[in-house]
Design a protein around this ligand. Structure first.
Ligand code: XIL
Length: 392
């Protein structure tokens, strides 16, 4: 069916699509959650002994294509997510059509290997399919809310009960770029359509769509020591406090941790930030860890060592925080990093980045050892984890 591209028909198109009939009605059986496949020798093994979790974001095409990659994931990870698979651009490519095949294969693999799952990302200013931006821009708050509800029912509904924690909002606070509003919110089609309460609204809607998932706010650019980053940390804490006071159903705060080797890191400031979040009763997840190595030498050995050292320094601070629950890397091996495609992350010598625990040939690097060592040295998180995690 082809729908003319005007605003009214776009909305009717949505109404006629799978967005109205939540796809959960036709959700396949993703199989039982089997006994975990991870090895006691790997990072998840070391993490588990401290009540912690370790995992990675993965692309489904690689998962489906490479047996070697599947072996790595099965052995080292206790938690998985698709890096793009549950984003709207993939799931709702055009009005009336949903594509769950990529996300389904990640979910199926994780269930078959006893791995927990994260959902990423329900409300983001990026990864909106081309047809949705004009829809949001012209909808008005009531219709935009209706659209958000249907989207949440569609994607969260399909995987209801299977996802440990869901990134309900992603990168909603300005800071790395210009800050244009007094409340510090980043410009976004969602903000334009729904107003500044869209974050609270998204959590309430997400909670209806999957009441058992621990709902997270996932945020970037909070790790380094810059005045603008400190200002952003302060704004985040203020907003979190307000959300808690209003009873917004948020249970997690996600820190992306795309670390950059030429940016300063102040352990004390970062530690205090985590503590404040922990004291609000929220669990904390490191959600997208990788290390842009642009400041380090070209020589792979020296570079891998420097990356591992920075990872260890960062992880020691993070894992010291009692509310820290999981560490997730954004990819598992250097052949699958997003950094080489991003203009901000190009190395001056033109070499490819080496930001992840395994190299391009999927051989383990010192970063993997650093993860294992950091988990081994971490305090035991089991007691608080049981309280914070609930069923997640
Ligand atoms: C990235 C993916 O890895 C890329 O494949 C895609 O082209 C762009 O998005 N912060 C996030 C992630 O929250 O969703 C981003 O993932 C990386 C930055």
């Amino acid at each position: 069916m082809s729908i003319p591209l005007n605003r009214r028909n776009l909305l009717l198109g949505v109404a006629a699509s799978g967005l109205v009939q939540p796809a959960v009605a036709a959700a396949p059986d993703f199989g039982p959650l089997v006994k975990p496949s991870w090895s006691p020798e790997g990072p998840q093994g070391a993490a588990a002994r401290k009540g912690l979790g370790f995992g990675a974001a993965v692309p489904s095409n690689l998962l489906n294509r490479s047996a070697e990659f599947r072996t790595l994931l099965a052995r080292d990870c206790g938690l998985l997510l698709g890096n793009n698979e549950m984003k709207m651009a993939v799931v709702l490519p055009e009005p009336g059509r949903t594509d769950f095949a990529p996300a389904d294969s990640v979910v199926r693999f994780a269930r078959a290997h006893g791995q927990r799952l994260r959902g990423h990302a329900l409300v983001w200013h990026e990864a909106l399919p081309g047809w949705v931006a004009p829809l949001l821009a012209g909808a008005g708050p009531a219709k935009a809310e209706d659209f958000l509800r249907r989207w949440a029912e569609t994607v969260m509904g399909r995987y209801r009960g299977l996802i440990a924690s869901w990134d309900v909002v992603n990168e909603v606070m300005a800071g790395y770029g210009p800050v244009t509003r007094a409340d510090g919110l980043r410009p976004s089609p969602w903000l334009t359509a729904l107003g500044p309460d869209y974050i609270d609204l998204a959590f309430r809607i997400a909670h209806e769509a999957d009441p058992r998932a621990a709902l997270a706010w996932n945020e970037d650019s909070l790790e380094h020591d810059f005045p603008w980053a400190e200002a952003k940390r302060t704004r985040v804490l203020k907003r979190l406090e307000a959300m808690r006071a209003k009873g917004v159903p948020i249970r997690r705060f996600g820190i992306q941790a795309h670390l950059v080797s030429d940016q300063p890191f102040d352990a004390g400031k970062f530690r205090r930030f985590l503590r404040e979040i922990g004291q609000m009763g929220l669990g904390i997840e490191i959600t997208e860890l990788d290390i842009d190595d642009k400041a380090y030498p070209g020589d792979p050995k020296a570079r891998d060592r420097a990356v591992a050292n920075f990872a260890r320094r960062f992880l020691d601070v993070a894992l010291d925080e009692p509310a820290l629950l999981d560490v997730v890397t954004w990819g598992l091996f250097d052949g699958d990093t997003w950094l080489n495609d991003h203009p901000d992350h190009r190395r001056r010598d033109g070499l490819r980045q080496r930001p992840l625990p395994f190299d391009e040939a999927m051989r383990p690097k010192p970063f993997r050892e650093a993860l294992i060592a950091a988990f081994r040295h971490a305090p035991d998180h089991s007691a608080l984890r049981a309280r914070l995690r609930g069923t997640a």
